[in-house]
Design a protein around this ligand. Structure first.
Ligand code: UD1
Length: 418
């Protein structure tokens, strides 16, 4: 199993290009189930989760021409023979449950394994199922699988109990082929939903209001192929900027619009950094040590839970105490005991963590637990003095393309060892 060896204490400096967004690419690739025509995508990141998605589509009968080394994929779902997402793939990647909506909408039938719990919380899919039922699907649970059926989905008014990203995506993909109009309320407003809606529109879907709480969809009988370029990854961008903040450096990320990063960038400013926004890049010039700042994770446009762990590392070396409150997932502080092994002073009470900044951290062997927690440990290693080994980095490969190369290009001493 690969590990990351880091020699920390170097202020990172330079520019990195972000890859295509993982969380936008996953539902967008899955949306190809909605049409029999070929869909071609650019800027698809070469990640474990993308490979899992392509494997799932391949098992269903999709024809896939991956050229992930050139960030391109062409998918054609004209001969889908299976409408099932099996346990071994859904367990590996929960996001695969969003095949439910498109399979139901186009083929009237879908069988998808219930994902079960995961490292960061229970993560049920009740909001997905309630939305699909409102569109007329009959849903049953059989031996750990959701079995959904509908002759033709019918447009409906759906109010989500919570602005869930996955539920909004699943129901949106179902509504685009339903008969008549659907009005989705209390939708997630994440930029990745906007990107999915744009890709669906490129396939001929009629959608209005993406990026707001209310999305209106006029259902179509068929969709066609498309040529679409995936948006840049705002969480990847935020992670490299946070590495700059934690090490007292100057990092620029390019290849994405900073407007989708407002809440994140506001926190860099609160932490005493200068933030320079450009049309498709952003630079953070950090002070020697971050200033403390309190953070509460919220649905977009609030501060993203996917940046919480990385900011905690920066706050661990801040000049004072910060409180970080996690409101989206119930068990998302698994990086805390590992950061404490680097000498961080962190106390967790319920869903809040009190972080008393220390002048320095000291390198240690660490164990990665989930994707963003792993990123926070790498950042910990980058600011700690001496050597840090981060074990079980397969989590990182799910969501960061060439992380060690990108960090090395910023001056970090980091290498992957087998
Ligand atoms: C997506 C992102 C993930 C991010 C999260 C929140 C992808 C592939 N993943 O995950 O990186 O951290 O948004 O921004 O895009 N919930 C329910 N019932 C449901 C659905 C959700 O109770 O039917 C709860 C979840 O357990 C969680 C909260 O709602 O506590 C938010 O989940 P959701 O927005 O759905 O996140 P995901 O789509 O799973």
């Amino acid at each position: 199993m690969d590990k990351m060896r880091i020699r920390g204490g170097i202020a990172l400096r330079g520019t990195v290009e972000v890859s295509g967004s993982k969380n936008a690419a996953l539902p967008i690739l899955i949306s190809t189930l909605l049409t029999a025509e070929a869909c071609r995508f650019e800027r698809v990141p070469d990640l474990e989760d993308i490979q899992t998605t392509l494997k799932l589509l391949g098992q269903m009968g999709a024809t896939i021409t991956p050229a992930l080394d050139q960030s391109q994929v062409t998918i054609r779902c004209d001969a889908i023979s299976s409408r099932e997402a099996p346990y071994d793939l859904v367990r590996k990647m929960r996001a695969s449950v969003v095949v439910l909506g498109p399979l139901l909408a186009r083929f009237g039938k879908a069988k998808v394994s219930l994902p079960g719990g995961c490292a960061i919380g229970a993560r049920p899919i009740n909001f997905h199922l309630a939305g699909l039922e409102r569109l007329g699907a009959k849903i049953e649970l059989e031996q750990g699988y959701v079995v959904a059926e509908a002759k033709r989905l019918i447009g409906a008014n759906i109010v989500f109990e919570f602005p869930s990203v996955g539920a909004t995506e699943n129901v949106l993909m179902a509504a685009v082929l339903a008969r008549g109009e659907s009005v989705l309320e209390n939708c997630a407003r994440e930029p990745e939903i906007i990107d999915l809606a744009r890709a669906l529109k490129a396939m001929g879907a009629e959608i209005e209001g993406e990026g707001t709480e209310v999305i209106r969809v006029q259902g179509k009988d068929v969709l066609h192929g498309c040529d679409y370029r995936i948006m840049g990854d705002r969480i990847e961008a935020g992670t490299y900027l946070a590495a700059g903040l934690a090490t007292g450096g100057t990092v620029k990320v390019k290849g994405l619009s900073p407007t989708y990063m407002d809440a994140i960038l506001a926190k860099f400013e609160d932490a005493g950094s200068r933030v320079i926004r450009e049309a498709d890049a952003v630079q953070v010039i950090a002070g020697a040590r971050p200033q403390p700042t309190d953070i509460k994770t919220l649905p977009y446009p609030g501060f993203p839970t996917d940046m919480q762990a990385q900011f905690m590392t920066a706050m661990a070396v801040a000049e004072g105490a910060s409180v970080i409150t996690e409101t989206i997932f119930e068990n998302r502080f698994m990086h805390v005991p590992e950061l404490i092994r680097l000498g961080a002073d962190i106390t967790v009470r319920g869903n809040s963590a009190l972080i008393r900044g220390r002048p320095k951290l000291l390198g240690a062997p660490l164990m990665a637990t989930d994707l963003r927690a792993s990123a926070s440990l790498v950042l910990g290693g980058l600011c700690a003095e001496g050597e840090t080994i981060v074990n079980r980095i397969y989590h990182l490969d799910r969501g960061y393309e060439c992380m060690e190369k990108k960090l090395a290009s910023l001056g970090a001493e980091i290498e992957r060892i087998s």
